[in-house]
Ligand binder design. Structure first.
Ligand code: F6P
Length: 344
């Protein structure tokens, strides 16, 4: 009888998950495994929720956004009984291995199952935030930034017509990659990222200079940026099951816009692209990266390389220890300062 591999997708969805599922299923079947999908992230393993997965079902999902398996932010390690249930499901389904596709939270759980319970787990890195360590890029990022870049360009058109300052707020949680790449790619005048408290003096100076020349300006901000004067009081905010502050409705773009208008007198508007940047068809880059890391995950299972994650390093897909990927968050480093000084 063929050995069985379960696949799950956890955390925020992103374009590229379906290509990764296809890559993993097609390679796994080629190696003689049978696949099964666990639905809604780790919740699927806790509750034993499954869906069939095979070549036919996954043939045309490569061009689809989201995840055909569904997802959730369930953390089984929040309750000891849920860890037990996961181990029982693993046994009951007679699984040989589990491929977990996710970001730092989902892969953090995978790391724990491997380390503490010796489960045969392999990871696949995904996140539109691009903040996972040990891989050069994660799928989802390219599509999200492409969408944010298009939104920024639209804002620029209307800002130019109305002689306004426009502020675009993008997601990315506590890493500024989405904001930084969007701002660079759309020729924004200023960027605000969570890694640096906003230098309000520099921001106002740049906006005034830009406005004097062009009669409009564009600012891109991350949802998690900080205005020094405001003081966020994050401790009172709602947390998810992994202890992260839920950033929705934080209104960073709106606050920055109000600050700019008050201090420059220029009419200013803000817009939030929100979850729109996380849906839609994956770009070519995300389809290719998704398929490649998916195939590699099946290879890691075939070779018994458990506790590993498939990663993009240079232009190669290799296996790296899961612990390396989840040990710290990859945020925008000081190496980018020079480029930011040139462009903003
Ligand atoms: O982690 C991915 C992400 O898209 C972040 O950029 C964002 O802060 C968060 O998910 C939003 O989460 P949710 O979909 O649960 O509102």
């Amino acid at each position: 009888m063929a050995k069985k591999i379960a696949i799950l997708t956890g955390g925020g969805d992103c374009p590229g998950l379906n290509p990764a599922i296809k890559g993993c299923v097609w390679a796994a079947e080629k190696f003689g495994f049978e696949c099964v999908g666990l639905t809604d992230g780790w919740k699927g393993l806790v509750e034993g929720l499954t869906t069939p997965l095979n070549r036919e079902i996954t043939e045309y999902i490569i061009m689809k956004g989201g995840t055909m398996l569904g997802t959730s932010r369930t953390n089984p390690f929040k309750k000891e009984e849920n860890v037990k249930k996961c181990l029982e499901t693993f046994k009951k389904l007679d699984l040989h291995a589990l491929v977990a596709m996710g970001g730092e939270d989902t892969l953090g759980v995978a790391t724990k199952f491997y380390r503490e319970h010796k489960l045969n787990v392999v990871g696949v890195p995904k996140t539109m935030d691009n903040d996972l360590d040990a891989t050069d890029y994660t799928f989802g990022f390219d599509t999200s930034v492409t969408k944010a870049m298009e939104a920024a360009e639209s804002l620029m058109d209307t800002g130019r017509s109305h002689r306004r300052v426009m502020v675009l707020e993008v997601m990315g949680r506590h890493a500024g990659w989405v904001a930084l790449f969007t701002a660079i790619a759309s020729a924004a005048d200023f960027v605000c990222i969570p890694e640096k408290t906003i230098d309000t003096g520099a921001m106002l100076k740049k906006i005034k200079e830009s406005y004097a020349k062009k009669k409009f300006a564009l600012v891109v901000t991350s949802e998690a940026s900080e205005l020094p004067a405001v003081g966020e009081g994050e401790q009172k905010r709602e947390l998810d099951q992994f202890g992260h502050v839920i950033l929705k409705d934080r209104g960073m773009g709106e606050r920055i816009a109000a600050f700019i208008e008050k201090n420059t007198g220029f009419e200013t508007r803000s817009a939030v692209i929100g979850h729109m940047q996380r849906g839609g068809a994956p770009t070519l880059f995300d389809r290719m990266l998704g398929v490649r890391v998916g195939v590699k995950a099946a290879e890691l299972v075939r070779d018994g390389q458990f506790g590993q994650m498939s990663a993009l390093v240079g232009n190669e897909i290799i296996g790296v220890p899961l612990e390396k990927a989840t040990g710290r968050l990859k945020t925008v480093s000081k190496d980018w300062d020079g480029l930011m000084e040139v462009l903003f």
